[in-house]
Design a binder for this molecule. Structure first.
Ligand code: PLP
Length: 400
C-alpha cells in the first residue's frame, strides 16, 4: 500500500477507535505508521503514554511531536523544518543504545556515522546537531590562518543566516558572489572572483563554499565537479552546505577539537541519532534514485503545486528542481501579507512567496493542496481589487 493509502486507512481506523474512546485519533495514526517498522512493543508504549492528547490544526496541543503525519506541519508551507518526527522515529528513540558519545561508545551514533560515511563515499562522518553547526564546524576546520576568505553565493546561509558565526569563529572575510545565471554559481563566477595567494591585503580565497540545493535549485553535478577541479588546482578547499538535503561530514582531528569546543558531542546522543538514521532511510529510500523514499514524493508534490499555480495564471521565480516553489508575487501583483492572511483563513501557514513542500504535506496532499488551491485562487481573484498591488511585492522572504 502507498504511504498516502496507508495514511487514509489509518485515519479511517483511528476515527472509529477514537469514537470508541480508545485513544486520540492522531495517536493511533502515529502508531499505525510505526507498525510498518515492526517495533510494536515501543508503539504500544506510545499509545498508552499518549492517551488524551488533543487534536492539532492550529489549536494548542500538549505534545506536537507525537502526531506523525497527522501533525500540524501537514498545513505548514513555511519550511520543511516544521515537520514532526514519524512514529517510527519515536520508536527508534525508545529502543536506541543510550551510551556515552563523548567517549565514542554509543553504538547507535557510531553506526549512523559509519552508515553516512559509506553512503556518501567518505572516510568517516560526524553527526552534528544542526545545519548551522555543521557549517561552522566544517568551515572552522578548513580555515586555520587569517587573513583568508570564503568565496560563496551572496545569498548563502553562512552569510545571511548564521549570526555572523563565520566572522566570529574563523576570522574569515567573505567574497559574496552574485551568480550570473541568477540560479547557482558556475566555474566562470568562481574564476572571476577568486583571490589568489600572495597579496595578503586581499585576504586570499582559502575555501569555496557551495550550497546545494540553493533556494531549492540544484547546482548540476557537472558544475560542482568543474569548480572542485579548479579548487584543487589552486590548493583551496571546498565546503558544501547540504542542509536542505542532509550532509555527511568527515571526522577529522580538527573536527574533533572544534567539535568539542562547540559541544557537538554529548552523552546519550543516540536519542537524536536513532531518529536521524530512520530519517535518512525513510527520506532517501533504498534505491540509487531515492526509490521508496519520501523525498521523491515531496518533489513530485512540489511539481503539482507549481502546475496548480501556473494553471491559475501565476509564474515562478526559480525552477522547481526539488521541494521549493517560489511564487512570483510581484508579477502577479499579490502582496505577501495578503496571501499569508488568505492562507490563514484556509487553515494554512504560509510565509510569503516561498512554498516548501515536505513529507507531511505529501501524506495529506488531498486535503492540504485543496486548501492551497482555494487560497491561491482567492489571492489571484483579488489582484488589482483593493489589494495594495505589491505593497511588499518587491520584497521576498530572502534576498532574491
Ligand atoms: C541552506 C541551509 N543551511 C543551513 C541551514 C541551517 O540549518 P539549522 O536550522 O539546522 O541550523 C538551513 C536551514 O534551513 C539551510 O536552509
Amino acid at each position: 500500500m502507498s504511504d498516502v493509502g496507508r495514511t487514509k486507512e489509518c485515519h479511517k481506523y483511528a476515527r472509529v477507535q477514537s469514537l470508541k474512546g480508545k485513544a486520540s485519533e492522531n495517536l493511533i495514526v502515529c502508531a499505525f505508521q510505526s507498525w510498518k517498522y515492526e517495533r510494536l512493543e515501543a508503539v504500544a508504549r506510545f499509545v498508552s503514554m499518549a492517551k488524551g492528547i488533543k487534536d492539532s490544526m492550529g489549536k494548542s496541543i500538549q505534545n506536537k511531536t507525537w502526531l506523525g503525519s497527522a501533525g500540524s506541519a501537514a498545513y505548514d508551507f513555511r519550511s520543511d523544518t516544521m515537520t514532526t518526527p514519524t512514529g517510527s522515529m519515536l520508536a527508534a528513540i525508545a529502543s536506541c543504545s543510550l551510551q556515552d558519545d563523548v567517549f565514542q561508545e554509543d553504538d547507535t551514533t557510531n553506526d549512523l556515522e559509519a552508515y553516512c560515511a559509506a553512503i556518501t563515499g567518505k572516510e568517516s562522518a560526524l553527526f552534528v546537531l544542526s545545519g548551522t553547526m555543521g557549517n561552522q564546524l566544517g568551515l572552522r576546520a578548513l580555515l586555520t590562518q587569517p587573513p583568508h576568505s570564503v568565496l560563496c553565493d551572496h545569498r548563502s546561509h553562512i552569510v545571511t543566516s548564521e549570526a555572523g558565526g563565520l566572522a566570529v569563529l574563523t576570522s574569515a572575510m567573505v567574497s559574496p558572489v552574485t551568480p550570473r545565471n541568477g540560479l547557482y554559481l558556475t566555474l566562470a563566477d568562481v574564476e572571476a572572483n577568486f583571490k589568489p595567494e600572495g597579496r595578503v591585503i586581499d585576504c586570499p580565497t582559502k575555501v569555496i563554499s557551495l550550497e546545494n540545493t540553493h533556494y531549492g535549485v540544484i547546482t548540476p553535478l557537472d558544475e560542482v565537479r568543474k569548480i572542485s577541479a579548479f579548487a584543487r588546482s589552486r590548493g583551496v578547499k571546498m565546503h558544501c552546505d547540504g542542509a536542505p538535503t542532509v550532509g555527511g561530514m568527515r571526522r577529522l582531528a580538527s573536527h574533533d577539537i572544534f567539535g568539542k569546543q562547540l559541544a557537538a558531542g554529548f552523552g546519550s546522543r543516540a536519542s537524536v541519532t536513532a531518529a536521524g538514521r530512520v530519517a535518512i532511510e525513510e527520506t532517501f529510500g533504498k534505491g540509487p534514485n531515492g526509490e521508496g523514499g519520501l523525498l521523491r514524493h515531496s518533489h513530485a508534490t512540489a511539481k503539482k503545486v507549481e502546475a496548480m499555480w501556473r494553471e491559475i495564471g501565476g509564474t515562478t521565480k526559480f525552477p522547481v528542481d526539488t521541494n521549493v516553489v517560489w511564487l512570483d508575487l510581484k508579477a502577479a501583483g499579490i502582496s505577501m501579507a495578503r496571501l499569508n492572511q488568505i492562507g490563514k483563513e484556509e487553515g494554512l501557514l504560509l510565509m510569503g512567496d516561498r512554498l516548501v513542500v515536505h513529507y507531511q504535506i505529501y501524506q495529506n496532499a488531498e486535503d492540504t493542496l485543496g486548501r492551497l488551491r482555494r487560497a491561491l485562487e482567492r489571492a489571484w481573484g483579488e489582484r488589482g481589487r483593493g489589494v495594495p498591488a505589491g505593497a511588499d511585492a518587491n520584497a521576498s522572504i530572502y534576498c532574491t
